[in-house]
Design a protein around this ligand. Sequence first.
Ligand SMILES: *Cc1c(COP(=O)(O)O)cnc(C)c1O
Length: 405
Amino acid sequence: MGDRPSSIARSRQNAFPKSSAQPQEQLFDTHPEVSLDFEIVRQAARQKYTRPFLIVDTAIVREKIARFRAALPRVKLHYAVKANPDRRILKAIAQEDAGFEIASTAELDLLLTLGVPVSEVFYSNPVKSRDSIAYAAARGVEWFAVDSVDELRRVHEVAPQAKPYLRIAAPNIGSDWPLSGKFGAGVSDAREIVATAAKLGADLAGVTFHVGSQCRNPENWRVAIEKARALFEAMQKAGLKPRMLDIGGGFPVRHVKPIPSIEVIGAVVNEGLKAFPEEVQVVAEPGRYVVSDAGYFVCRVLGTAVRAGKRWMHWDAGLFGGVIETTEGLKYRIRTDRSGPDIPWTVGGPTCDSVDVVLRDEPLPSDLQEGDFVYLKNAGAYTTAYASQFNGFPLPEVRVFESKR
Ligand SMILES: *Cc1c(COP(=O)(O)O)cnc(C)c1O
């Protein structure tokens, strides 16, 4: 994990060329976003606190799914398990008849114990071991993402009945986590993969892309859908039968920066989908969108310090304890129970690793002190999922409930 923050920061800079990339104002609207009620969170912290915790209301998870479906009526929702793999949350999502997107056999096993129909599971990390392809295929998984000739051959050899689908590179402009470069075949690589599928007789059955996580620019979906449409044509010309389009994840949630609502993104996507005949199955893989707003992450101030004139505080959860997305540029809305004027604080985690710095010069109340609670809003995704027990600190607790909304 050592060089991850800085390498991602570098690629993010590339994603924002000075002149052109800022999303246009009219792409944003004022559609209200729903969040977990702060009073519930506060009471939960006061009632009992033994270690950092994430509190999640599955009623909000269900609401987000319903809203996604209303905005994108043609699109089948497949939840990306990695965003939050808590069993109770997965169960609620499965009860809403969603499919799933996975990257490992452990994630598959988790879904199988919940009775999720395997045909609705998409196995989609770019390079999978032969063993894990065989394991998944033996349990009935049919859909495997490929973005290289090498992976196509591997999937076809191990699981000749499978339906591999081709991940293409998509524009990541305006995404907080651009994936370009790591995932997705470029135009000439895609051509070669299509030709290889035709030659091998592999049933290359669809196209996918991912616009980058927390994508605030709907244009990325428009451009990627257009690329996918062109590729469908090329596949048909090569004698293949493309019949599935997977528009990936990346749907943003509200933190500090403005976001386009799912309805605004939906309008762009729905327009693009008109170019695909009705019999083409359309899928999306939202992760963050489904679970972020349903949760608050709560931790505590361990103590404060002054170092070289800077005010520091240390929380009992840092990079290794679930608060890692701040290092990649995400700005959470942070609430506390203090009301002093904001001053710049640098926030460290509890561990002895020099990389364990959560925030630098973040404006927070001047009177924060030992024992105070800190509440991170809309933190249901990519927090507990990342946490480790590095340096002997416990994993955060996950508290799941379902409110009557
Ligand atoms: C992580 C991931 C997702 C989910 O991304 P979000 O930004 O959380 O929506 C979807 N598909 C794939 C292949 C992923 O790796």
